[in-house]
Design a protein around this ligand. Structure first.
Ligand SMILES: Nc1ncnc2c1ncn2[C@@H]1O[C@H](COP(=O)(O)OP(=O)(O)OP(=O)(O)O)[C@@H](O)[C@H]1O
Length: 298
């Protein structure tokens, strides 16, 4: 995906927030945007997610499935966490040909979620259930840790919407809140639910606005590794972060200043396309990841 000379201001005559901004996002890349308050990080993320249109410049190559978690999750909705997430899961069902239910009718659905059972999702031969529910190819490395096949098989398997919701609730440590009303959530718990709803459609592009804000220490410490694993499965991740929480990861770190992006100090990364023997691919992938390299498979 490419943002090419994108400029944006909220109203005619108001000052420009972004000016001729250029950003290339490669599949499976994590890009962290830092910058002072009010420099335009949220504005940039909303443009990338497709919620604003550039006043000038172009955005091309945005993948069809985008997950977006706003800086402040809107908790003033009359649902429990479970009902809300079921509704959000159902909202993605048009991708599988079924209309979303009316908000008032939130009986749990049993939507099929497709789960590649290895991080090598590109090598996966989809099952019938998978092709019926590609919107929910929840990454297996994180979706099925309890499954004995999770690390050894490359076959897809379908999980229900219920299972997917419980999976993300477990990953983000809010299972105990599934029957709590959104309006009763703490700020950090609301952040987690916002993150889970962004992950439900198995996005190819995940846009997270200050996801670390308000999180408990345990989840904050776990999140960088989770982001790395989702990126390794091919998800492109654009994240704004005040706290530099991704400085120890392979994230490309950019600073937004005066409407444009500038690289922050840190390692630079080069993408190599390498063809390897199929019977060595899994071992090589594991070894390279252990050494801190980013590996995506196609
Ligand atoms: N809906 C809006 N209408 C008008 N101006 C807006 C709107 N949203 C944001 N702005 C202005 O755009 C500028 C950039 O805001 P933005 O929220 O993108 O910055 P930010 O870097 O994300 O800030 P923070 O770090 O405080 O979250 C600010 O001057 C803000 O007041």
């Amino acid at each position: 995906m490419c943002l090419d000379r994108v400029s944006y201001r909220y109203r005619r005559g108001s000052s420009w927030i972004l000016r001729d901004l250029v950003l290339d996002l490669a599949p499976g890349e994590i890009v962290e945007i830092t910058g002072r308050n009010g420099t335009g990080k949220s504005t940039l993320l909303r443009l990338a997610a497709g919620l604003h249109r550039p006043r000038s410049g172009t955005i091309t190559g945005r993948p069809p499935r985008v997950g977006y978690a706003p800086e402040r999750f809107p908790t003033h909705q009359p649902f429990t966490v479970r009902a809300y997430l079921h509704h959000m899961a159902a909202m993605t069902r048009p991708l599988t040909g079924t209309a979303a239910p009316a908000p008032g009718n939130l009986t749990p659905t049993d939507t099929s979620f497709t789960t590649p059972t290895a991080s090598a999702s590109g090598a996966t031969a989809p099952t019938a259930a998978a092709s019926d529910a590609m919107a929910f190819r929840a990454p297996a490395s994180r979706a099925t840790e309890s499954s004995s096949t999770a690390s050894s098989s490359t076959a897809s398997r379908a999980i229900s919407a219920t299972a997917a919701i419980e999976h993300w609730a477990s990953q983000l440590r809010f299972e105990h809140l599934l029957d709590t009303r959104l309006s009763e959530l703490s700020k950090g718990s609301a952040q987690k639910v916002g993150l889970a709803q962004a992950l439900l459609p198995s996005p190819d592009l995940l846009v997270l606005d200050e996801p670390f804000a308000g999180l408990d220490a345990e989840t904050r410490d776990a999140l960088p590794e989770l982001l790395e694993s989702w990126a390794a499965d091919g998800t492109t991740i654009l994240v704004s972060d005040h706290q530099g929480a991704l400085s120890q990861t392979s994230a490309r770190r950019l600073q937004l200043q005066e409407g444009a992006l500038h690289p922050l100090d840190g390692p630079t990364w080069t993408t190599l396309h390498v063809r390897v023997r199929t019977d060595e691919a899994d071992a090589l992938t594991s070894r390279l990841r252990e050494e801190g390299h980013r590996v995506t498979r196609s």
